[in-house]
Design a protein. Structure first.
Length: 460
């Protein structure tokens, strides 16, 4: 370890692994350390024994749940947007070749509808992603459907550099509330568009310039068209395969990895810039890896480099059956799905997210399902906040709850060359993670990451 490196990366979370892989490809000498004996940091996938050890130390999982080899349970639930930036990074770096994918069976939104003469009460509804879906959706009345279809066609036709596609809308001047008003959309419709299509976490976006939300809607619709049915993908064997894939990329380009390696602190020169990372060997002897910059997650950065902006509560629920009322394209029970419970429906400030995957993705024993419920903590009883979502899951065999701080860096890292990533948010997709990686890349290198994939680079 006592060598000189261009970059020391601390923590093998997805963001750190993407950056370490990219820097290695760009010719940097990288040392990558993790205090844990597994890859993934906060977004690792754990087998059943490690899951019990983390949440119920000293106890054993029930025998009927099967063997360790059957389980890869994600600690942080995320789907991957089919046309999003993370997929572009995976294609550009060719890390996609290390992973197998399945598309998510469906995306749902929570909107309570009372029972009628011919129908029972409904809580969740398939998110209409195309004009055809809009015609069939029970989320909208007969007069609202044509207005939604006009809006969907407007989004699909939108091109930033062609004013004739903007229908008089200025993406920098007009708010999203004004766009909804132009199309005459009802509040119940704008609720699922904003939260289940544009994937905003609250309603703050309504008063802001509409350009970013139009792009988010367009990304969602483009992603649906990639595979049909749902815009989301998920890797076989769980999300832990993502950091491992980027670690492999770094190793191929001569990056050095050390798991189970404690990080005791950083060393700074007289100018206040980082110049090394301190650790120790199994005998307690101090070691220092010299470096010109450090990239790390908040758990390695120390109190002074990060601040707490809130808390996230997540519950990992093992189920013996799919979530009721969720269906795949053929009408059978869904083996994977996302459910978004918009804040307004629950009189909250933040949405609640449900992500379910299953044995079909090789993350659980045969006929077992894993649903992870998450949201931003708003009260002194975080677990109770998840109850409206947990009621949708059906019988829960086992449940593990964790409340964690959301930490963000207090500076951009340019001064001391210590670049800190933020904690993972409660959303059930990776778009914000990919955007943060691209911003960090620009701060670290001074250049935008080129994500254009040449035809001969594309993977099947």
């Amino acid at each position: 370890m006592d060598e000189e490196y261009d970059v020391c990366v601390c923590g093998t979370g997805l963001k750190e692994c993407i950056l370490s892989g990219l820097l290695s490809v760009h010719g940097k000498k990288v040392l990558h350390l993790d205090r844990n004996n597994y890859y993934g940091g906060a977004c690792a996938s754990l087998n059943i024994t490690n899951l019990w050890e983390k949440f119920r130390p000293g106890t054993q999982p029930p025998k009927e749940l099967g063997a360790n080899r059957d389980w890869n349970v994600d600690l942080i639930p995320k789907f991957i947007m089919a046309s999003g930036d993370l997929v572009k990074i995976l294609l550009k770096t060719k890390v996609s070749r290390y992973l197998e994918w399945k598309s998510c069976d469906g995306s749902y939104v929570y909107q309570f509808q009372e029972a009628g003469f011919f129908s029972s009460a409904k809580h969740i509804h398939k998110v209409p992603a195309t004009a055809q879906d809009g015609l069939k959706s029970p989320l909208m009345g007969i007069l609202e459907k044509p207005r939604f279809i006009n809006f969907a066609q407007f989004i699909m036709g939108w091109e930033d550099d062609k004013d004739e596609t903007h229908q008089g809308i200025d993406p920098k001047r007009h708010t999203m509330a004004q766009v909804y008003s132009k199309f005459g959309l009802q509040e119940s419709t704008t609720d699922f568009i904003g939260h289940a299509v544009a994937l905003h976490v609250n309603d703050d976006y309504l008063g802001k310039a509409c350009g970013p939300t139009i792009q988010k809607c367009k990304l969602y619709l483009n992603s649906v068209m990639q595979y049909g049915g749902s815009p989301f993908l998920y890797p076989i064997y769980g999300l832990g395969g993502l950091p491992e894939g980027f670690s492999r990329l770094s190793a191929i380009h001569r990056g050095t990895y050390m798991l189970n390696k404690p990080v005791d602190g950083f060393v700074y020169d007289d100018a206040g810039k980082v110049c090394g990372v301190k650790s120790h060997d199994e005998n307690g002897k101090e070691e220092v890896a010299k470096c010109k910059m450090v990239i790390c997650d908040p758990s390695y950065a120390g109190e002074a480099k990060t601040k707490v902006t809130g808390k996230v509560v997540r519950s990992i629920c093992i189920l013996g059956a799919p979530i009721p009322d969720t269906k795949n394209q053929e009408g059978g029970p869904a083996l994977s799905c996302q459910i978004i419970l918009p804040q307004k429906q629950l009189k909250r400030k933040n949405d609640i997210y449900v992500m379910m995957v299953s044995w079909a993705h090789c993350i659980a024993a045969k006929d077992k399902y894993v649903a992870i419920v998450s949201t931003v903590v708003e009260t002194a009883n975080p677990e109770k906040e998840l109850e409206p979502a947990e009621k949708l899951l059906g019988p829960i065999l086992e449940k593990f709850v964790e409340v964690s701080d959301v930490r963000v860096p207090v500076d951009d890292g340019a001064g001391d060359q210590v670049f800190v990533s933020a904690s993972y948010d409660p959303t059930s997709h990776f778009e914000d993670v990919a955007k943060e990686v691209l911003v960090m890349w620009k701060r670290i290198t001074g250049e935008d990451l080129d994500l254009t994939v040449l035809p001969e680079e594309e993977e099947g």
